[in-house]
Design a protein around this ligand. Structure first.
Ligand code: URA
Ligand code: CA
Length: 433
C-alpha cells in the first residue's frame, strides 16, 4: 500500500477500506508516514468527508494506537459523560456523586487541561487533602465499594489522536465533523466506557457555534459510538451564556454542593437531571427515562446524593466537612460587585469572553506551566432575561488582587443590557439517540 494512492483516493471522493484506514493511522503513529502526507489526507477529508463506516474505522484505529483502560473488574455498566466544553460547566462535579448515589458506577479518569478554569481534578483539589494519585487497583476497589472514584490521567491513550490533532491544528483541518467526532470518541472509548452520554454545547461559548453544526457533530458521534458497540446518545445544550452562576474552581465546587443539596441554579440542575437520567437509563438502573429522573430527584431530596459526595471526597483524602462548611474552601482576599450602569434586561452574556475574564483573575491556565488560583472567579448574579436596575450587581468578582480594571471592563463589554424584555435562551435543544 502506498500513502499517495490513499490520498488520491480520498481526494477523488472514494471510500477507504478498513485496512487502508488502519494503514494510515498505524503508519502515522509509528512515523513511517510523514506529516505532509497526512496533512494532505486530512485536507482531503475536510472536502470529501467520510462515511459512517470510515468514521468508525478511524475511531477504532486511533483507539488501538495506544493503551486502552480495562474497567472489566468494575461491576456494572460503566457510563461516561463527555462535554464538548464550555464556560463554568459544573456538570461533572454534580453528575458523578448524583448518578453514583443511584448505583451507576462512575470510574472517571480526568485531567487538568487548559482553559477558563481548571479541569475536574483542579476543581476537586480545592477540597483540602483530596488527591487523585491512586493506583489502578485502589481505583477499582473504590468504584466497586462507593460507585465513584477519580484517577489522574496515566498511560499512553490514543497517541494517534494526539499527533493528528496537533497536525490538524496547524494545517487548517480541525473543522471537519468526521475528524472531530472520531477524535473525541476515540478518547472516550480508550478510557473504557461501555456507554457514553454526550453533552454537545451550542452557542457563542461553544466549540460549535450554530445549532446545525452542533447537531451534525452530535449525530456523527452517536453514529460512531453505536456502530462500535458502545451505546451512545447526545444532548444538545445551550452555551450562549455560562451554565449556572459560578465560574472558578472552588466557586464551582460550592455550586456543585448547592446543586446536590437541591439549591443549585435552575439551568445547571435541569441539565444535570437530563444528562443524569440518560446515564442511569443506559447504566441499566431504570426502565425508562422518567423512572431514572425520579430516582435522581429523590437522591437529591433525601440527601443521598450529598452523602455520596462526602464519601467520595473522604475516600480520596479530602476534607468532607467542606460540604457542610463551604467557607473552608479556598477564599479570595477581595470581592467586588460589578454594578449595572443602567436599568433594563440582561440580553447577552457572551460565555467565552466572560470565561476569559475569570482566567484573567487566575482561575484558568493559559499555558501548561501556569499555576491556577483555586479561590478566584466570578459568580453571575443575573442571567439572560433577568430584569436589572441601575446599581444592582451583575456579577460578584472574587479576586486575590485589588486592581480589577481589566476584568471589569471585559465584563461590561460582554454583558449587555437591553431596554425591552428579553426571553431566556432555550437550555436543551435536542436529544439524539
Ligand atoms: N476536541 C477534540 O478532542 N478533538 C477535535 O478534533 C476537536 C475538539
Ligand atoms: Ca457554573
Amino acid at each position: 500500500m502506498r500513502m499517495v494512492d490513499l490520498i488520491e483516493k480520498k481526494r477523488d471522493g472514494h471510500e477507504l477500506s478498513t485496512e487502508e484506514i488502519n494503514f494510515i493511522i498505524q503508519g502515522y503513529t509509528e512515523g513511517s508516514i510523514p506529516d505532509y502526507q497526512v496533512s494532505a489526507f486530512t485536507m482531503a477529508v475536510v472536502f470529501q468527508g467520510m462515511t459512517e463506516r470510515e468514521r468508525a474505522d478511524l475511531t477504532m484505529a486511533m483507539v488501538k494506537s495506544g493503551d486502552q483502560i480495562d474497567l472489566s473488574q468494575i461491576e456494572g455498566i460503566k457510563v461516561d459523560k463527555h462535554s464538548t466544553g464550555g464556560v463554568g460547566d459544573t456538570t461533572t462535579l454534580v453528575l458523578g456523586p448524583l448518578v453514583a448515589s443511584v448505583g451507576v458506577p462512575v470510574a472517571k479518569m480526568s485531567g487538568r487541561g487548559l482553559g477558563h478554569t481548571g479541569g475536574t481534578i483542579d476543581k476537586l483539589e480545592s477540597v483540602a487533602g483530596f488527591h487523585v494519585e491512586i493506583d489502578s487497583s485502589e481505583f477499582t476497589e473504590l468504584v466497586n465499594k462507593n460507585k465513584i472514584a477519580v484517577i489522574g490521567q496515566s498511560g499512553n491513550l490514543t497517541p494517534a489522536d494526539k499527533k493528528l490533532y496537533a497536525l490538524r491544528d496547524v494545517t487548517g483541518t480541525v473543522e471537519s465533523i468526521p475528524l472531530i467526532a472520531s477524535s473525541i470518541m476515540s478518547k472516550k472509548i480508550a478510557a473504557g466506557a461501555d456507554a457514553i452520554v454526550l453533552d454537545v454545547k451550542t452557542g457563542a461559548g461553544a466549540f460549535m457555534k450554530t445549532l446545525e453544526d452542533s447537531r451534525e457533530l452530535a449525530r456523527a458521534m452517536v453514529g460512531i459510538g453505536n456502530k462500535v458497540g458502545r451505546r451512545t446518545m447526545a444532548v444538545i445544550s445551550d452555551m450562549s451564556q455560562p451554565l449556572g452562576f459560578a465560574i472558578g474552581n472552588a466557586l464551582e465546587v460550592k455550586e456543585a454542593i448547592d446543586t446536590l443539596r437541591g439549591e443549585g441554579p435552575e439551568d445547571l440542575t435541569e441539565l444535570c437531571l437530563t444528562l443524569g437520567s440518560h446515564m442511569v437509563y443506559l447504566g441499566g438502573k431504570a426502565h425508562s427515562l422518567k423512572e431514572a429522573r425520579s430516582l435522581l430527584e429523590e437522591a437529591i431530596q433525601n440527601g443521598s446524593a450529598l452523602e455520596k459526595l462526602k464519601i467520595f471526597l473522604s475516600s480520596q483524602g479530602g476534607d468532607a466537612t467542606v460540604v457542610d462548611n463551604p467557607e473552608k474552601l479556598p477564599q479570595a482576599k477581595y470581592t467586588f460587585e460589578l454594578e449595572a450602569k443602567e436599568d433594563g434586561y440582561v440580553s447577552e452574556i457572551i460565555a467565552d469572553e466572560v470565561g476569559t475574564a475569570a482566567m484573567l483573575l487566575g482561575a484558568g491556565r493559559a499555558t501548561k506551566e501556569s499555576v491556577i488560583d483555586l479561590a478566584v472567579g466570578l459568580v453571575l448574579r443575573k442571567k439572560i432575561g433577568d430584569q436589572v436596575n441601575k446599581g444592582e450587581s451583575l456579577v460578584t468578582i472574587y479576586s486575590n488582587f485589588e486592581d480589577i480594571k481589566e476584568v471589569s471592563e471585559k465584563l461590561y463589554e460582554n454583558i449587555k443590557i437591553a431596554s425591552s424584555k428579553v426571553e431566556a435562551p432555550t437550555l436543551i435543544y435536542e436529544e439524539i439517540t
